[in-house]
Design a protein around this ligand. Sequence first.
Ligand SMILES: Cc1cc2nc3c(=O)[nH]c(=O)nc-3n(C[C@H](O)[C@H](O)[C@H](O)COP(=O)(O)O)c2cc1C
Length: 280
Amino acid sequence: MKTDLPTKKGDKWREILLIFAIFALNISSQKNKGTKMNRREFIISSLMTLGGTTLLSACKEEKQVRVKKGEDKMKVLMVNGSSHEEGCTYTALSEIAKVLKEEGIESEIIQLGPNAYRDCVGCGGCRKLGHCVFTDDIVNELVEKAKSADGFIFGTPVYYAHPSGRLLSVLNRAFYSGGAAFAYKPGAAIASARRAGTIASIDVINKYFTINNMPVISSTYWNEVHGNTPAEVKQDIEGLQTMRNLGKNMAWALKLIEEGKKLGIQTPEPEKGARTNFIR
Ligand SMILES: Cc1cc2nc3c(=O)[nH]c(=O)nc-3n(C[C@H](O)[C@H](O)[C@H](O)COP(=O)(O)O)c2cc1C
């Protein structure tokens, strides 16, 4: 998040007062010790104290800079599961992106386009390699980008009342090979349909979040828009409102997580080990 830290006017005045206090203390301490300093010694002594104060103040500034660096603009990674790069799903994702921008949060839409994507073949190769064995598409790049992203929105057109096969193939491989890149970061699913199947589609996508320690972001209605063309989606006033509210809620969650980190609230350490497959 690139929220510039507010410069507190009070801080400057406190520093000026501190410097005066140091001069005064310097005089009184010398008086108390009964030591007599000539003007030159007094100036050197005061300057040394002042140097120390400046150093302290610089350290404080440095601390703020570090916090700022840690706050490099937050980013939401979106995936458009449609073959239409500027279709209905894109129209909905763009509405969310506008709100995120207003909230100071970057976003990027990864387009899956009309390409073919292999589904996960369960070979387990990613366990050894650390990435999916298929290297000829966007999946490994998506995982790489996910590592530095702060939140995710996966959008899909509805096909026969479920998400697009291409989105599921990509997410199956991305989460199986690189789920840790997404964990503990908020996620939201959105769906675009001419008429029906959005709820089932959203539900399927939410499953990636809920098995991977990811907070699910909601809105004022289920995250859906309706239309067969972008022009029709633009007429879905409530759908777009739902998208904007989703954007606000995503921004809110991201900011809370970021502020929490500054307070020392880290992601929980999950209990591990139990793996029951119901065979007794
Ligand atoms: C193969 C296929 C299946 C579809 N199935 C449904 C469906 O089950 N329910 C529905 O309302 N719309 C269905 N549609 C329409 C699309 O979901 C809808 O037009 C969507 O908004 C398109 O989004 P896009 O422009 O991002 O691709 C289907 C479209 C295609 C191509």
